[in-house]
Design a protein around this ligand. Structure first.
Ligand code: XMP
Length: 517
């Protein structure tokens, strides 16, 4: 892989994604990892990320010069660049001429490895208080800005490169080109990391891990569990059994999509447990959001546990015990929990999601090195239906936490109808990619007066909550065009009898969460 050494701040994951966009596999490692351990991974290249520190601040993360002497191509960005300057014997100073934001840079050699084929005037994204004032011996300076006389350098002999700016952010106009030049020209990589090759490699790994054992998967209908299941089924076929708990809290058409389209497209062996009555019964009379969440979680475990026991029991009778449980864990979770360095399948033997001791599985996480957009590409490659691949994030407790008040069959039906209209119109307006997700919330305990035809109505409001986000940690309300909102409002109030008002949630997160409960 290409190793992205994380010097802190939020840049490393973004760099890793940009590298993958160039079809080169990348992994994030913490800067505290010993150089020997990094080199043991036989990196094809190393990228040193930016970071918040000053290279000579006390406790600043350090760069082991061994990384620069190993014969591995290295590319430093921002802090990583300054760390290289320092390690190679150049000078970094606090000049008092910090640069922040879009900055004009002059490229002095447009035939160089990094800048080949690019204009000599570029806009680059800077964020630095210190600057390199003297390049290390042997490094050729190839760019400057007004605040950074040494803004880029390269040495093709030792294959060492660096830029003072952040090529990974969009505001650096030629950033991706610079990065690709490093990967393809400087490091001589081939850019063959494609969804097709990823699927092949992961299928091989899953085959090897699973052998002739059996595998269980809790299919939720979401993108991650669906793609993980499709991948494992491609690898081991009917050794995989998926359990889909229909809790009756999905949106219109979603259960059918899993039960029919997904099965037809991927050939997975699916056990559907119809637990709709059980969930409704358990939720009867409950309005408190946390209480609802707890009940739904508890019932899910109960139902899944029973289904798992049945599958495990029959597998044992066949002499092929169930040993693995598939989880759709993604790379950001892995990096955030500090374990960015594993292989495609960890085998930590532990109990999962509150299952009892007699149901012990080894986890298999085939997507743990992938970002969400890559999971989608892998899903398409595996033939997972597009309606699932492009599905918006949807909370586990489903519509149960989008009805403010008690959850009843009738209210679910009202919400499903309104939600279906909103989803349809937002899609038709081409807003699927701009909108991260758009919960539709039924204020079931609120009523308001309206007039329809000649008569007074006394119905319920629904709330539209379209948000734009990168990762759901923060979000802003999406500026959906008025015409689209008007159409949704008209259709919902015309077609869903019980709803006589449609309101728009214009709260960012924070302070509001995305869901209402
Ligand atoms: P909030 O409402 O906290 O939601 O801003 C952030 C993201 O998480 C989703 N969400 C959940 N997902 N189980 C899940 O799998 C849950 O219990 C749950 N609650 C919220 C929410 O849809 C949003 O994408």
């Amino acid at each position: 892989p290409v190793l992205v050494v994380d010097f802190g701040a939020q840049y490393a994951q973004l760099i890793a994604r940009r590298v993958r966009e160039a079809h080169v596999f990348s992994e994030v490692v913490p800067s505290t990892m010993p150089a020997s351990e990094m080199l043991a991974k036989e990196p094809a290249a190393i990228i040193l990320s930016g970071g918040p520190s000053s290279v000579y601040a006390e406790g600043a993360p350090s760069l082991d010069p061994a990384l620069l002497d190993a014969g591995v191509p290295v590319f430093g960005m921002c802090y990583g660049f300054q760390a290289m300057v320092q390690a190679l014997g150049g000078t970094v100073e606090h000049t008092g001429l910090g640069e922040y934001g879009s900055t004009p840079a002059q490229i002095s050699d447009t035939d160089s490895t990094l800048f080949n084929g690019q204009p000599s005037d570029q806009s680059v994204w800077m964020s630095h208080g210190d600057a390199a004032t003297a390049a290390p011996e042997g490094m050729r300076v190839t760019a400057a800005t007004s605040g950074a006389p040494v803004a880029a350098f390269e040495d093709d002999e030792r294959r060492l490169y660096g830029v003072q700016w952040h090529p990974e952010v969009m505001h650096s106009t030629f950033g991706q080109r610079v990065l690709e030049n490093f990967l393809l020209r400087g490091a001589g990589l081939s850019g063959d990391w494609t969804a097709h090759n990823v699927v092949e490699a992961l299928v091989e790994q899953v085959k090897e891990t699973v052998g002739d054992k059996r595998v269980l998967c809790a299919l939720s209908g979401g993108v991650d569990s669906s793609v993980a299941a499709a991948l494992v089924q491609r690898a081991v076929g009917d050794q995989l059994t998926c359990v889909f708990v229909d809790h009756g809290l999905l949106r219109s058409g979603e259960a059918e999509q899993v039960e029919k389209e997904f099965v037809a497209a991927t050939g997975v062996d699916l056990v559907v447990v119809d637990a709709r009555e059980q969930f409704l019964g358990a939720l009867a009379g409950v309005s408190d959001p946390e209480e609802k969440r707890k009940i739904i979680g508890r019932e899910f475990i109960r139902v899944f546990e029973q289904a798992a026991r049945d599958v495990v029991g029959s597998a044992e009778r066949d002499g092929h015990p169930v040993e693995f449980l598939v989880q759709g864990t993604l790379y950001p979770d892995v990096v955030e929990s500090g374990g960015g360095t594993g292989t495609a399948n960890i085998k930590s033997h532990h109990n999962v999601g509150g299952l009892p001791d007699d149901l012990q599985f080894t986890l298999i996480e085939p997507l743990r090195l992938l970002f969400k957009d890559e999971v989608r590409q892998v899903g398409l490659e595996l033939g997972v239906p597009e309606g699932i691949v492009w599905r918006q994030p949807f909370p586990g407790p489903g519509l149960g936490i989008r009805i403010v008040g008690e959850v009843t069959a009738e209210r679910l039906e009202i919400l499903r109808a309104a939600d279906q209209i909103a989803r349809h119109e937002l899609s038709a307006a081409g807003l699927d990619r701009e909108i991260w997700q758009c919960p539709v919330v039924l204020l079931a305990d609120v009523r308001s007066v309206g007039v329809q035809g000649d008569g007074r109505t006394y119905g319920h409001p629904v709330v539209l909550r379209p948000v734009s986000s990168e990762d759901a940690m923060t979000a802003d309300w999406t500026r959906v065009p008025y015409e689209v909102l008007a159409k949704i409002s008209t259709r919902i109030t015309n077609e869903v009898r019980e709803v006589n008002r449609v309101v728009l949630d214009v709260t960012s997160k924070p302070p509001g969460t995305i869901e209402w409960e």
